[in-house]
Design a protein around this ligand. Structure first.
Ligand code: HSE
Length: 405
């Protein structure tokens, strides 16, 4: 018998119980032993749910029970999750988590404890919901130097951008719908300001670099300033806007960014719509690969947690070697990255053309139907630092800038 405990009976926690209940037989077959949820920890009571019979309000019940071999941490937040997970690993229990805040902040440390105790700390669900991405990076792609990852890593904002693109929905109603569907974080800022995607790309950057990448060191810009006018301009260019999270290794340097970007139809992430996430990976031998699927929601996320539980149950007494060093690596400043920039500006293009060309060099004008009193233009590829210096001369006139992917 494999006994597990679930910390937190919220959306994902109840999903983990449901996945195990629904697929109990095949999960047990795949493990080669029967699986049982022995405890669920939550501060609340659930009198109308059979979970009440195995519910505890006291973490000590779980930590002191040697029969519990695997713990699913699905509480979210850094504390008390960190203390609980650390104690579980130190007590020789493997942990599976969906908690990106925990992994982004304490991953290196928890992985080291797991290694020392010959247990496992797995966190597939923390990035890309139900999409397998961390395990492929750690197993199938270990023959490769992964030099780029670009992803749509937040389902809520992708759902919102899709609604704004396809149906002209306004920002507030798109957010409300995403929240009603259970995709959003407790605080909408975590999604719309890009913090959720930022923690996920920090985890991916740590995995591919082998060093701790702190999310605070990654430039992060959300979608809260994206307007209907931005989207109209995107459409006029045959493009769309997506919140992208990217990291790249080049010449021994790491860069990382989270920001809304303009993408054309030829871009592999252009057609990733709704709550779906996708992670585009480039390896020095592999070339391109893309992982696509359900990036948020109760059952997809729970499915990834249960996948980790099965992997841990198959590997009792053996650490799988997932690791990165606690030594910190700071990504290069975004000012060093080169790209093209789309700019929306007050006035008429004909009035500004000459001055803009003198400052920016060659530019391409963009005109969106029905948007009055302003125009758009795209710069040539240039470093962001240089773009910022030039754009500062037009502070009063520039309405928006969006990076081109
Ligand atoms: N709020 C997150 C999202 C949930 O929308 O992608 C999954 O991390």
């Amino acid at each position: 018998m494999v006994n597990i405990a679930i910390l937190g009976y919220g959306t994902v926690g109840s999903g983990v119980a449901e996945v195990i209940r629904t697929n109990r037989e095949l999960i047990s077959r795949r493990i080669g032993d029967e699986v049982r949820i022995k405890y669920v920890l939550d501060l609340r009571d659930f009198p109308d749910d059979p979970v009440q019979q195995i519910l505890t309000h006291d973490f000590e019940d779980i930590i002191s029970d040697d029969e519990v071999q695997i713990v699913a941490e699905v509480m979210g937040g850094v504390e008390p999750a960190y203390t609980f997970v650390r104690r579980c690993l130190e007590a020789g229990k493997s942990v599976a988590t969906s908690n990106k805040a925990l992994v982004a902040e304490h991953g290196a440390n928890l992985l080291a404890i797991a290694r020392e105790k010959k247990v496992n700390f797995l966190f597939e669900a923390s990035v890309g919901g139900g999409i397998p991405i961390l395990r492929p990076l750690h197993s199938s792609l270990t023959g490769d130097e992964i030099d780029e990852i670009t992803g749509i890593l937040n389902g809520t904002t992708n759902y919102m951008m899709t609604r704004m693109f396809c149906e002209g929905a306004d920002y507030a109603s798109a957010l409300r719908e995403a929240q009603d569907r259970g995709y959003a974080e407790r605080s909408p800022e975590a999604d719309v300001e890009g913090y959720d995607a930022c923690r996920k790309i920090a985890i991916l950057a740590s995995l591919i670099s082998g060093y701790q990448v702190d999310f605070e060191d990654i430039y992060c810009e959300g979608i809260s300033k994206i307007t209907a006018e931005d989207m109209k301009h995107a459409k006029a260019m045959g493009m769309t806007i997506k919140l992208l999270a990217a990291c790249r290794k080049q010449d021994g340097k790491l860069s990382a960014i989270v920001a809304p970007c303009l993408l054309g139809e030829e871009h592999p992430l252009f057609h990733v719509n709704g709550v779906f996430n996708a992670v585009f990976v480039h390896g020095n031998m592999l070339g391109d690969a893309m992982f696509y699927g359900s990036g948020a929601g109760k059952l997809p996320t729970a499915s990834a947690v249960v996948g980790d539980i099965v992997e841990e149950a198959r590997n009792f007494g053996r650490n799988l070697g997932v690791t990165w060093s606690p030594e910190k690596i700071t990504p290069e400043s975004k000012e060093c990255a080169s790209r093209r920039f789309f700019v929306r500006m007050r006035g008429e293009f004909s009035e500004w053309k000459e001055r803009l060309e003198k400052d920016f060099g060659r530019i391409d004008a963009v005109k969106a139907d029905g948007v009055l009193g302003e125009f758009g233009f795209i710069t040539e590829e240039m470093q962001e630092g240089l773009y910022g210096q030039i754009a500062s001369k037009y502070e009063q006139e520039i309405l928006a800038m969006i990076r081109m992917a």
